[in-house]
Design a protein. Structure first.
Length: 426
């Protein structure tokens, strides 16, 4: 009886049943729910913002509040002074321009700026050689290859070096950079703008420039008609400039405010016009990327303008609402591949999700294991042979690979219990 017991292995279906239970019991999740960047999603993944999206409230208030003051305290005198139709038109234009700016702000901050999807695992040597670029792959002590930090690609007939991103585990396309705030690689990365709470990249740069330039126009518009209002007061009351400001203090406040704001957004507009004409990004310009070198992306004045304003905006490379299985395999397929080195910068959130999913079936599976181990211990204690025969037959009783797999899967929560049981049996 005892010999039969020691030669009979534990049921090999435990690991398979564990996987089946996970696959059937865990609900499906969407990509944005396990996204590894620092973005914030709304409306079920339809809207994507940066981690500093709250700054949008400040930006909106800095634009809307002055327009409300202009319409409430300044426009009424303009309507009375001018023809009513013309006065109403002045107010209507300011409101319409404000609404237009809010739409541009939304299109800039609530869309994918051009995020490059992360690789599930580092590129293999054959992936690099297939691209026609030779690099040296040197094996590390752990057996994983050391990926070269850069490689050469051709852009408009010129050789450009692209860098390897340790976080996203990919070679960044030309003009792509990793945003440390959003924790994503962004195509044609320009900069991360705290005023809009989003990265500015290939898919929203056009709207960003239109937002900045339109805000400049609004500042100049309010500034100009506030001055008109002050002049009308001086003519009507035959008073000095100081007394006119006292009669309409809101006009004076708006003149000062819009004057300062116009310098800021106007300077930003002029700077980005220069970048557009020369086909540069803010990131490249601040790093003096093309000082003393030819810019391979510069296509000429008119073609540079056409590329920014009249070319088709590429579709997003991410489907944030796509459904993925919320079990272990899907989470790892989305983030990384087992057996490959993970980037040290990669967040650990996926492992928290992973353990949470596995704990749902941990109790049931480990009860079966514990009961089997208890039965082993009980049979040994009741067996006819002396207890030292366990050591004699140690080679016949081994932990099967299924137990090893389950112990590895649930070891963080239950591994110590299993070891105590096994040691108790031995």
């Amino acid at each position: 009886m005892q010999g039969k017991f020691y030669t009979a292995p534990l049921p090999p279906q435990l690991s398979d049943s564990n996987r089946r239970i996970i696959d059937t019991n865990t609900p499906t999740m969407r990509v944005y729910q396990i996204w590894k960047g620092s973005n914030r999603f709304f409306c079920g993944g339809r809207l994507i913002f940066g981690p500093d999206a709250r700054s949008l409230l400040l930006t909106v208030s800095m634009i809307v509040v002055p327009v409300i003051l202009f319409c409430a305290f300044v426009s009424q005198r303009l309507i009375d002074e001018f023809n009513h139709h013309f006065g109403n038109l002045i107010v209507g234009i300011s409101v319409a321009l404000t609404v237009y700016i809010m739409i541009l702000l939304f299109l800039t901050s609530a869309r994918d700026p051009g995020i490059i999807p992360r690789n599930p695992h580092p590129p293999e040597p054959e992936d690099d050689t297939a691209s026609g670029i030779s690099t040296d792959w040197v094996g590390s002590q752990s057996g994983a290859p050391n990926i070269p930090p850069t490689k050469d690609v051709m852009v408009n007939g010129m050789v450009v070096k692209v860098k390897y991103c340790q976080t996203c585990m990919l070679y960044r396309p030309p003009r792509c950079s990793h945003c440390s705030i959003c924790n994503n690689c962004v195509d044609r990365f320009d900069h991360h703008c705290p005023w809009v709470g989003q990265c500015i990249g290939k898919r929203n740069y056009r709207f960003f420039f239109m937002f900045v330039s339109s805000t400049t126009m609004l500042c100049l518009y309010v500034f100009a008609f506030c001055w008109v209002n002050i002049e009308r007061i001086m003519e009507a009351y035959h008073c000095s400039l100081g007394r006119a400001f006292l009669k309409s203090p809101v006009s004076g406040i708006l003149i000062l405010y819009t004057f300062i704001a116009a310098w800021f957004v106007g300077g930003l507009t002029a700077f980005h016009l220069y970048l557009i004409f020369t086909n540069q990004t803010t990131y490249e310009n601040f790093r003096y990327r093309y000082d003393g070198k030819m810019n391979p992306h510069n296509l000429g004045f008119w073609r540079n303008i056409r590329e920014i304003f009249f070319s088709k905006i590429p579709s997003s490379k991410n489907n944030f609402r796509a459904q993925v299985k919320g079990d272990s395999s899907s989470v790892f397929n989305t983030s990384m591949s087992l057996g490959h080195a993970m980037s040290p910068e990669m967040p650990k959130r996926s492992f928290d999700i992973e353990m949470g999913k596995r704990q749902a079936v941990a109790a049931e599976e480990f009860e079966d294991i514990h009961s089997q181990i208890d039965s082993i211990g009980g049979s040994e204690r009741c067996g006819p042979q002396p207890r030292h025969t366990n050591r004699d037959h140690k080679g016949n009783w081994e932990i099967t690979p299924d137990i090893h797999m389950l112990a590895a899967e649930f070891g963080m929560q239950h591994g110590s219990t299993v070891r105590e049981k096994i040691h108790g049996v031995r």
